[in-house]
Design a protein around this ligand. Sequence first.
Ligand SMILES: CC(C)(COP(=O)(O)OP(=O)(O)OC[C@H]1O[C@@H](n2cnc3c(N)ncnc32)[C@H](O)[C@@H]1OP(=O)(O)O)[C@@H](O)C(=O)NCCC(=O)NCCS
Length: 271
Amino acid sequence: MLKQLKEDIQAVFARDPAARNTLEVLTTYPGIHALIMHRVAHELWEKECKTSARILSSFSRFATGIEIHPGAKIGKRFFIDHGMGVVIGETAEIGDDVTLYHGVTLGGTTWNKGKRHPTLEDGVVVGAGAKILGPFTVGKNAKVGSNAVVTKPVPEGVTAVGNPARFIIKKDKVQENENEQRRRTYAESISFEPYAATQDQSDPMLEGMRVLLDRIQQNEKRMNDLCHRLSLLDPTYNKQQDGEQPYSEEELKIIEEVRRECEAQSNQSKA
Ligand SMILES: CC(C)(COP(=O)(O)OP(=O)(O)OC[C@H]1O[C@@H](n2cnc3c(N)ncnc32)[C@H](O)[C@@H]1OP(=O)(O)O)[C@@H](O)C(=O)NCCC(=O)NCCS
């Protein structure tokens, strides 16, 4: 519990430039007070002491202006900045490193029992006054703009703004990530360690050069084999057959050109 509190306080320093010292955070941040009380209330709720849990959460609401149902599941390093007017419903689930500003509602849209509040994955940021309503998921590292009203799942890394919320996908970033992923996969497939040295590499640059040289050698060998096979082609073969001619004059010309080029390349490699 103490370790968790330390982490929660660290999260305040990391995400609020106005935070100056631990004493100040512990005494003047309603988000921290509400979180400490919620951690206790949630324990009570889990241990079936439901009335005590609800009384504690009501007191917390009275003292901080933040209403968190004791049934809500909250991860590590959760930070509510300013706090006033935040409402978090019973079946809401919040991952690690999530930030909420004042006036946020994680609410439901039905009176039926069961899961009816949203799930926020790790790293989500929800701007002041935003309303996220319904039992769907807001993906990892997504941002919800202030005053947005979100009623549909938000994909990972996306920014949702407006009412009803529209999604802003920064295409360049997505494309960049895809390219980077493609490069990494290729590098791994040829045993190239592009970004970090492994323990048995004394010089990662040299090791990288070695892998690339091996690869060039392999590719050259394949090209030479291919050229050799092509240079053996006899473009006049079809002309010697009676009857059907499967290659057109144009195709025969292309084969002959490729054959000559390959022949020249093989002679050059031999020289
Ligand atoms: C949404 C937010 C996180 C910015 O995310 P971002 O991915 O950096 O988005 P950008 O700033 O590049 O803006 C993208 C677009 O969304 C629009 N936008 C940003 N925030 C918006 C909001 N809250 N409502 C409506 N539109 C918004 C921008 O105008 C821009 O529109 P455009 O593409 O037509 O120019 C930020 O604007 C926000 O609302 N943060 C919450 C901060 C807060 O509540 N602070 C309280 C401190 S007390």
